[in-house]
Design a protein around this ligand. Structure first.
Ligand code: PSU
Ligand code: MN
Length: 307
């Protein structure tokens, strides 16, 4: 099968990959479903700029008119941002129907990893991943992101997991699936809006060079599955744990009351938490994404040196 029927890699990304120059993949669910317009578009463009300023090529991924795209134009980013919740949130299960219909789709961590891997991009920066939701022992709400991390070899750099998830169960799941969880400059799993969670990561790594070296071992041995790098939000942008945890609890209670389920859960919680905190959580969210983009660009550059 000729994959080019479905996969469209931008000229810039293609060129960088061909010449062993660093490339960083970026997701689009964060644009359409993770932040309001116009901050979402502004953030997505700033993230691309930060990656360029750090010497790498950004490859924002999405489904556009039935194609898996790696590397978007400004207009495409604008379309995804303006479209917001009208753009289908696309996880692995959504690919067949969205592509066969020629639809657009905002790619989650799962589908962005898939596209990155198909295109040959090895590093991916985002804000937060999906995981085992609180109450999953009865709802069985476990994000497909964890399955993808177990099978697709892409390094995912995030700011840890927020406590809308059950962090302990998320770590157990990742352990079972053989996914290394790395703390960047920390032994403790960061909790997205805050630097601490009370849970330990598997390994602490302090430099982009060492991150790249660990990932290279995975490639050399052809070990399947990703590597999860958790990068704490910079101190000056982190939130008061009491304030954010109260907001999260309140949002989760409302989510249950309103009987919101499935793929709507994460976007609903993010939007409610931003409202409850008067926009403070959104400001922190934006900052941690910038921080991850910078680390991803530096790590991608180190990985290119190891070829
Ligand atoms: N966590 C965030 N912001 C996000 C997401 C998660 O802080 O935008 C998005 C990511 O795209 C992630 C997806 O892959 O939500 C997980 O959704 P679900 O739990 O429905 O699998
Ligand atoms: Mn889910």
């Amino acid at each position: 099968m000729d994959i080019s029927k479905y996969l469209e890699v931008s000229e810039e990304v293609k060129d960088a990959l061909k010449n062993n120059r660093p490339v960083v993949a970026l997701e689009s669910t964060i644009i359409s479903h993770g932040m309001p317009y116009p901050q979402n578009v502004e953030t997505a463009l700033n993230v691309e700029k930060i990656i360029r300023d750090n010497g790498a090529v950004p490859a924002t991924c999405a489904i556009i008119k039935g194609h898996l795209k790696c590397g978007l134009s400004k207009d495409e980013i604008e379309l995804l941002g303006k479209g917001g919740s009208d753009i289908p949130k696309a996880s692995r299960r959504d690919i067949p129907v969205l592509l066969s219909r020629g639809s657009n789709g905002a790619t989650t961590v799962t589908t962005t990893m898939m596209i990155a891997s198909l295109a040959g991009v090895r590093i991916f920066a985002t804000g937060g991943i999906g995981g085992v939701h609180r109450g999953a022992e009865t709802t069985m709400d476990i994000s497909a992101d964890l399955e993808e991390l177990s099978s697709t070899r892409v390094m995912v750099i995030c700011a840890g997991a927020k406590s809308i998830l059950d962090l302990g169960l998320t770590l157990e799941y990742l352990e079972t699936k053989g996914v290394p969880v790395i703390g960047y400059g920390t032994e403790e799993l960061p909790a997205f809006y805050t630097r601490k969670s009370g849970f330990k990561v598997d390994y602490r790594i302090d430099t982009p060079e060492e991150l790249a070296k660990a990932f290279k071992v995975k490639e050399d041995l052809d070990l399947k599955g990703g590597m999860l790098v958790t990068n704490p939000i910079p101190e000056q942008y982190s939130m008061d744990p009491d304030v954010i945890n109260r907001a999260i609890d309140e949002a989760i209670a409302e989510c249950e009351e309103k009987n919101i389920k499935g793929k709507q859960t994460t976007p609903f919680l993010l939007a409610r938490i931003a409202e409850i905190t008067g926009g403070d959580s959104l400001a922190s969210n934006i900052r941690l994404v910038y921080n991850n983009a910078e680390l991803a660009a530096k790590t991608a550059a180190e990985l290119c040196k190891l070829r």
